[in-house]
Write a protein that binds this ligand. Structure first.
Ligand SMILES: [Zn+2]
Ligand SMILES: [Zn+2]
Length: 111
């Protein structure tokens, strides 16, 4: 019997992968409370309590974005790089430096 799996799709790069859980407290690891509501995939190659964070939602535009370096960054909350670039003056110097080093418009699209 096949089961429909939930699919997380990054709004920037188009990466589409299934996820097991969305939220802050993965039910398969009670010890973990995430810093954000995130799309979580249980790691099929690791022991039970391992998981991968696939992405979350930009706290400004609410778009789903993956954790890829050209897609989003986490600075107290998750921000997509489009929003970071649009409001770069509101971010501290360390973030500015990080973003300026990236050619974020040359993002590789998956689709
Ligand atoms: Zn992405
Ligand atoms: Zn955004």
């Amino acid at each position: 019997m096949s089961r429909l799996r939930n699919v997380f799709r990054c709004s920037r790069c188009g990466l589409a992968v299934h996820f097991d859980y969305f939220g802050q407290k993965p039910p398969f690891n009670k010890a973990i409370v995430l810093l954000e509501e995130a799309y979580i995939l249980k790691d099929p190659f690791a022991p039970d309590d391992q998981h991968l964070t696939l992405g979350g939602h930009c706290s400004l535009c609410k778009d789903p974005v993956c954790v890829g370096q050209l897609c989003s960054l986490f600075y107290t909350k998750r921000f997509c790089l489009s929003c970071v670039k649009a409001r770069i003056d509101e971010f501290p110097d360390e973030i500015k430096k990080e973003v300026e080093g990236k050619d974020i418009d040359a993002i590789q699209k998956f689709d």
